[in-house]
Write a new protein. Structure first.
Length: 290
């Protein structure tokens, strides 16, 4: 059985992150739990199954998918989450509707972004972050890849890290990214951004880099995807959105939060070398300012 702190910390955002990998019946259970966590605590497994219009077996499989021993342990995790003031204080109305005015939209966006960041922090594991930073520090070649909105994240990773290390690379298109991945070897890291974990070009880059012995770090919003299957290290983003909120906007906020953690810890551990490099790169562009 997991420790209480682990149970309390990650259950609700973990359910959201796993939804895409669940069966149809299990997804019904997930949707109900996310919408009605307090009611779940008072339900038996049969009562929850009836409310979700699925069988008892589907509820049990849902609990097993979350790596709980059974329904009792799962309910304990939900109860612990609800008893945590920091978490329950974030369970606020953040869904934007057509009836909202500008003030309401501004407030709800603040709430949803804040909640997504808290969810991301809950999903992040220190051992995974530590492995990611160590891999980045030991790498002779760091390649950031992404497609569509995630390409912006990859470019941001390049912009941040290239100021403190000459080993950072990012290519602007899928063909160039594949070539960069092909150059990756045992002393390389591929930093792959894909919120869905399903983007074919990014998955292929991850597979190619890993086949060549590189370490693949996936920054993504979903578990059990082709990207996570191809990654050595998975850093999960929390998500909160409605029909009027484009998912990539939240993904950008949470992915950049993870990026800043990696950047800051890299800088801290390699402070002297990073500071020298930052001084040189900063000096190189000072004449670009008015």
């Amino acid at each position: 059985m997991k420790g209480e702190n682990s149970l309390k910390q990650d259950i609700m955002p973990r359910i959201a992150a796993m939804k895409s990998s669940l069966t149809g019946a299990e997804r019904k259970v997930a949707d109900y739990v996310l919408a009605h966590p307090r009611e779940v605590v008072g339900c038996s497994i049969t009562e929850l199954a009836e409310r979700c219009e699925v069988g008892d077996t589907s509820v049990f499989r849902f609990c097993k998918s979350l790596q709980f021993t059974g329904f009792t342990e799962f309910k304990l995790a939900v109860a612990l989450c609800l008893s945590d003031d920091e978490v329950s204080g974030l369970v606020l109305d953040s869904e934007i509707t057509l009836e909202d005015d500008l003030t309401g939209i501004a407030s709800k966006l603040l709430t949803s972004h804040t909640q997504a960041l808290y969810n991301t922090r809950a999903l992040l594991r220190e051992d995974q972050l530590d492995r990611a930073v160590k891999a980045l520090l030991e790498a002779k070649r760091i390649v950031a890849v992404g497609a569509g909105a995630s390409l912006v994240l990859a470019m941001n990773a390049y912009t941040r890290f290239v100021r403190i290390t000459p080993d950072m690379r990012c290519a602007p298109d899928s063909h160039s990214q594949a070539i960069e991945a092909a150059h990756c070897g045992p002393n390389s890291v591929l930093l792959a951004f894909s919120h869905s974990g399903l983007t074919l070009d990014i998955v292929r880059c991850a597979q190619l880099a890993r086949q060549n012995g590189a370490t693949v770090i996936a920054v993504t919003g979903q578990l059990r995807t082709p990207l996570t299957d191809s990654a050595d290290i998975v850093l999960l983003c929390g998500s909160v959105h409605s029909d009027l909120q484009y998912a990539s906007a939240i993904a950008s906020v949470t992915s950049n939060y993870i990026l800043e953690i990696l950047y800051t810890e890299y800088f801290r551990r390699a402070y002297r070398d990073s500071l020298d490099t930052l001084d040189r790169t900063t000096a190189s562009v000072t004449d670009k300012l008015l």
